[in-house]
Design a protein around this ligand. Structure first.
Ligand SMILES: [Cu+2]
Length: 346
């Protein structure tokens, strides 16, 4: 800094630091370049590994990388804004005893206008292209793609199918490749492509396996598919992320990624252990019809004691509505338990 740039005692005495002869832009640019050159490597090397949701699957890794790119894109903009703010306060602030004075207007400045439009357009269009590519690149980026996914993984061989069933207020999982058993434990093998088929038995839930980078709405009568490839063993959290009633906040559990060997051992032994129970479940399907009192109890139709009554009255095709409770006694239920008011004798 030369002596010419030092603040003068009186306006007109030497060059005013706020005046047009001071290279403000060059200064601002140099400071901005230096700050950016320091901050960007810090983000890349030090911050990136700590960005959620981690690296347990390709989908999670993709989300982490996307967040890094957006952060590194935003950082120079944030630096420029803060720097200009501070610079203006220090260099252009009103001197004591001086009348308020506005700076020179910049309207009509072609360079600033063109630069503004060019830079903001480049950032927005870049984010658009990058975001679209990333969405497709990791097979839907861990989001639910509906019943017929557009972006499917390249290799669909050796893919583990896990059905995720939401109901008020818990998650259960069925493994159709292992006899269709159902369990509250979500166990996944490492280094495996997983196809999550997410559905609900009652209201709308949302399957959010946070560290897997997987998030898919669980709608009744909809098979919502999301993909992820496991990368690391460990525990992850499953939460319901769609307000679904009074115990929505308690609708979470933990899942585990284990070695393929450990998974196979677990899956085959669980299949065997649960076989008698699996027989009482409805046949594996991509969606299940909620029973008449499904929203209240989340029963599957065939295991719902009401359903037997329902079938008796309406046939298995059924229809919605309140059920007359007939023959409840033959299923071991008393009318008072079933909440029935009209017990008809046949
Ligand atoms: Cu829920």
């Amino acid at each position: 800094m030369s002596h010419m740039e030092q603040p003068s005692e009186r306006p007109g005495d030497g060059i005013d630091p706020r005046g047009p002869n001071v290279p403000h832009f060059a200064r601002l640019f140099a400071i901005w370049l230096l700050a950016t050159a320091i901050v960007e490597p810090v983000l890349y090397f030090l911050v990136w590994p700590h960005i959620p949701p981690g690296t347990m699957t390709d989908a999670a890794r993709g989300a982490q990388f996307d967040a890094l790119v957006l952060t590194m894109t935003a950082a120079p903009v944030v630096i420029a804004v803060l720097e200009y703010y501070l610079y203006a306060m220090i260099v252009w602030h009103q001197k004591k005893g001086e009348p308020p004075e506005d700076g020179p207007p910049i309207w009509g400045h072609v360079g600033i206008q063109a630069g503004w439009i060019a830079i903001t357009s480049a950032i927005v269009m870049g984010a658009f292209v990058f975001g679209t590519y990333e969405l497709i690149n990791t097979s839907g980026a861990g989001g639910g793609e509906g019943p017929s996914p557009i972006w499917t993984p390249a290799a669909t061989k050796n893919m583990l199918t896990v059905q995720v069933i939401g109901q008020q207020w818990l998650w259960t999982y069925r493994y159709p490749q292992f006899g269709g058993f159902e369990t509250p434990d979500l166990i996944l093998p490492n280094h495996t492509k997983i196809a999550f088929h997410v559905t609900s038995l009652d209201v709308i839930h949302d399957f959010w396996a946070y560290q897997l980078g997987v998030k898919a709405d669980a709608n009744p009568n909809v098979d919502n598919v999301a993909f992820a490839t496991t990368n690391e063993t460990g525990r992850f959290t499953v939460r319901c992320d769609e307000l679904c009633g009074i115990w929505h906040g308690a609708m979470y559990n933990y899942g585990y990624i284990v070695s393929p060997t450990a998974f196979y051992k677990w899956a085959t032994s669980t299949e065997k252990k649960l076989a008698p129970l699996t027989k009482t479940l409805p046949k594996f399907a991509w969606t299940y019809n909620p029973s008449a009192n499904g929203a209240g109890g989340g029963y599957y139709p065939s295991t719902d004691p009401f359903y037997e009554v329902y079938k008796y009255e309406y046939g298995s095709s059924g229809r919605e509505g309140n059920l007359p409770a007939v023959h409840i006694k033959s299923f071991g239920w008393k009318p008072s338990q079933a909440g029935a008011h009209h017990v008809r004798e046949r």
